[in-house]
Ligand binder design. Structure first.
Ligand SMILES: Cc1ncc(COP(=O)(O)OP(=O)(O)O)c(N)n1
Ligand SMILES: Cc1ncsc1CCOP(=O)(O)O
Ligand SMILES: [Mg+2]
Length: 309
């Protein structure tokens, strides 16, 4: 295929319904880094399908790589082979520099504001909990992280600490969750220190380019969001929706995956249908009238809705 316009039209025709294409032309004309017609057509199409610039660029290169690999342009085949995205061979856990593994299905994942909530949800049987304690006060952070580690003792809950990785390592937490900016802020020495600690690492992503970036450190799991609008956190990107989440989940099979952002009981089945093995929530539990009962209902729903059951 050597006509970029035909490539763009074919991709939009094949995937527009799923990804909700609003227009055949992107809001602003894409910038091209190659003259290859598949790359150019795919970038045009992915921009029209609403992907942000860095993700449209990433996808366009993947379409080109897929076309070269198959010696054929097939508009129906949305790219989902890690090699086409320039990722190292999967499974990532087999790489020499991989962070320690965590369960493939982290299940219900409660993201919680303090150690008391962490203890409460751990005792309710929630399999994965996170301390997301936002503070600039070093003493308060240390106190809360240590209290969270104590709070899960005697339960089966796996505890991730958001942001405060050095304190988390010192306190012996099971794992650490970092955002892309947190990851970018790490020096090579600090990344090596994190790896050497033996703690699991979870990384936030908001699209293809960030997934490729996250994969470079071979984390223990990859979180994807925000799936739906959320009032809990100001997001830099629009909600991803379940169609994209499903496409991300196919690309990242081989990683434990977590969907996050605006997930409620009604949306839970369609999120699980994407194949992610875990659903992370804040308000669904913290704002529930009876958080323990809600946690039990969600865990039961996840058991019966899990893909593969
Ligand atoms: C499971 C999970 N996924 C994503 C996030 C968001 O983390 P981050 O990008 O570090 O943003 P803050 O939570 O620090 O605001 C998360 N905490 N947990
Ligand atoms: C911390 C975070 N990161 C992405 S969305 C989000 C908040 C999720 O909260 P809720 O489940 O209440 O929408
Ligand atoms: Mg963070």
């Amino acid at each position: 295929m050597n006509d970029a316009r035909a490539v763009a039209q074919a991709i939009v025709a094949a995937h527009g319904l799923r990804f909700g294409a609003i227009t055949a032309a992107p809001v602003s004309a894409p910038v091209f880094s190659s003259d290859d017609p598949v790359y150019r057509g795919a970038k045009q199409a992915c921009s029209a399908l609403g992907f942000i610039e860095i993700d449209a660029e990433c996808l366009a290169h993947a379409w080109r790589a897929q076309t070269l690999r198959l010696s054929n342009f097939d508009a129906a085949l949305w790219p989902d082979a890690p090699a086409d995205f320039g990722m190292r061979p999967f499974p990532p856990a087999a790489r020499d520099d991989a962070f320690p593994p965590c369960p493939e299905r982290l299940g219900l994942y409660a993201v919680l504001p303090d150690a008391q909530w962490v203890g409460r949800m751990a005792r309710a049987g929630v399999p994965t909990v996170q301390l997301r304690f936002k503070s600039e006060d070093a003493a308060a952070i240390e106190r809360e992280v240590r209290a969270a580690v104590e709070a899960v003792r005697g339960t089966d809950a796996l505890l991730f600490i958001n942001d405060h990785w050095q304190v988390a390592i010192a306190a012996g937490a099971y794992g650490i969750h970092l955002g892309q900016e947190d990851l970018d802020a790490l020096s090579p020495g600090q990344l090596a220190q994190l790896r050497a600690s033996g703690a699991r690492l979870g990384v936030s992503t908001h699209g293809y380019a960030e997934m490729v970036r996250a994969d470079k450190v071979s984390p223990s799991y990859i979180a994807m969001g925000a799936v739906y609008p959320t009032t809990l956190k100001k997001m830099a990107t629009a909600p991803q929706g379940v169609a994209r989440l499903a496409a991300y989940a196919r690309l990242l099979r081989g990683y434990p995956q977590v969907g996050i952002g605006g997930i409620d009981a009604v949306r839970l089945p369609e999120v699980l249908a994407t194949g992610v093995g875990s659903v992370a929530v804040v308000r669904a539990l913290v704002a529930a009238e009876d958080p323990e009962a809600t946690a039990r209902q969600w865990m039961a729903a996840m058991d019966s809705n899990a893909v593969g059951n």
